[in-house]
Design a binder for this molecule. Structure first.
Ligand code: NDP
Length: 399
């Protein structure tokens, strides 16, 4: 059916590429392009021989001209951006110049400030619409499936949704005292930022990890979780009818938090450049270099993730509660594609989002967040490609 250019060859890209190859009628041809070409070649070697034709290329995704040349050579129908959030705008610029659809899993953030906002990417709306191409923002799990769950709840179960709590639980144990399950720099920037949530149309800011709750997760049990800022709050508050409050909680174990506090206290999580032995370095980037590579956690991680949304709202004048979630097993993911569940739960929806555009099931020129599209074909594909969802009409609530 079409050709996809995948940028990045890290944990998430690896899963997405496996899944494209499991869906060869849609992904007839893919090109894996990243900064380090040997990683692209290793993935090609692992997956070659199936129906999907695979090629590789080296690209610096910070450079728009390099991207344009690559796109003009390969002529994809969609570009799947699985590099880092810093590259979102250059890749969007290249898609605009070549009139190719765009998909990502994380919103743009400038290198020097950990600010998670859609304003930079939403500023491309008119230009994408005029060019007749679609940018699908946030097609991972959260953001991503959480937005699809919200659109599905709205379409099938509510007249208005007043409260959403997004709960992200990772009960995986990798056996290290401290490691992050995806890119450490991105992960630590996210969790050391101030928390926030939206209430009555206003952002309410909290100190990092100030709000803690305990939740009894289906198939996992009780875990401590903490309120974080998360990018989909901004778009869901605008796109879902009737929202009064929307919050995001993520689970963290005590060992992770104690190490993080210590690293913060000694300045290792700072994103300010410092001089060290005559070189300019960013402490957080140095820390990334000494931490375990998230890709190496796959074989060691045991346990499950449970990510989902609790919706409270009204249907036919009556109050209603609805919980949609997915449970994913780290070891099962590793057996299937050689990655742990955090990469898996992001890489599968990235493939599905691109498939929605390639098949024309989703076609809306402009720049759109995922909840703006019909959730039904995406929900079907989640069941088919390894992320089956479950529902409950009587869940425990978060106070
Ligand atoms: P990794 O660090 O494992 O992979 C990033 C890849 O991008 C690497 O292959 C890296 O190359 C490549 N890259 C980085 N900079 C450039 C550049 N300038 N030009 C070309 N390639 C580049 O990250 P993950 O796979 O864990 O995460 C990928 C994305 O997924 C991130 O944006 C992350 O925020 C997002 N994410 C989203 C989630 C969601 O649920 N929505 C959850 C988890 C992650 P090299 O190999 O040379 O380093």
């Amino acid at each position: 059916m079409g050709k996809a250019l995948i940028i990045g060859a890290g944990g998430v890209a690896s899963v997405c590429i496996h899944k494209c190859c499991q869906n060869p009628d849609v992904f007839e041809e893919i090109c894996i392009a990243s900064r380090t070409k040997s990683k692209c070649d290793a993935l090609k070697e692992k997956l070659d021989g199936g129906k999907t034709k695979i090629s590789t290329a080296q690209v610096n995704a910070d450079n728009v001209n390099e991207l344009i040349t690559l796109i003009n050579n390969f002529k994809p129908d969609v570009v799947i951006n699985l590099a880092l959030p810093y590259q979102d705008l250059t890749i969007m610029d290249a898609c605009l110049a070549t009139k190719v659809n765009y998909v990502d899993t994380a919103n743009y953030e400038p290198l020097d400030t950990a600010k998670f906002e859609y304003k930079w990417q939403w500023a491309y709306r008119e230009r994408f619409e005029k060019a007749g191409i679609t940018a699908l923002l946030g097609s991972g799990f959260d953001p991503g499936v959480t937005g699809v769950f919200s659109a599905y709840a709205m379409k099938h179960h509510f007249d208005e949704i007043n409260y959403i709590d997004i709960l992200d639980c990772n009960a995986g144990d990798h056996g290290y005292p401290f490691a992050t399950n995806f890119n450490p720099e991105i992960n630590i920037r996210e969790v050391s930022a101030k928390g926030s949530y939206i209430e009555n149309g206003k952002w309410i800011e909290t100190e990092p990890m100030e709000i803690k709750r305990v939740y009894n997760f289906p198939e996992i049990g009780e875990k401590d979780m903490y309120l974080l800022h998360h990018e989909e709050l901004e778009s869901l508050a605008l796109n879902i009818k009737g929202i009064k409050r929307i919050r995001f909680f993520m689970t963290f174990g005590q060992s992770y938090l104690t190490h993080l506090k210590c690293l913060e206290n000694v300045g290792m999580t700072s994103i300010e450049t410092i001089e060290f032995e005559g070189k300019q370095i960013v402490p957080l980037q140095f820390l990334k270099a000494v931490l375990p590579d998230p890709a190496s956690l796959g074989p060691r991680t045991k346990g499950k993730t449970n990510i989902g949304c609790i919706f409270i709202g009204k249907k036919d004048g009556k109050n209603k509660t609805y919980y949609l979630y997915n449970v994913c097993d780290h070891q099962e993911c590793y057996k299937e594609v050689g990655s742990q569940a955090v990469s898996y739960t992001t890489g599968v929806p990235a493939m599905i989002g691109a498939a929605m555009l390639l098949t024309g099931k989703w076609n809306k020129p402009g720049v759109h967040n995922i909840e703006e599209f019909d959730p039904d074909p995406f929900m079907d594909a989640l069941n088919k490609f390894g992320l089956p969802w479950q529902e409950s009409f009587n869940p425990d609530l978060v106070d």
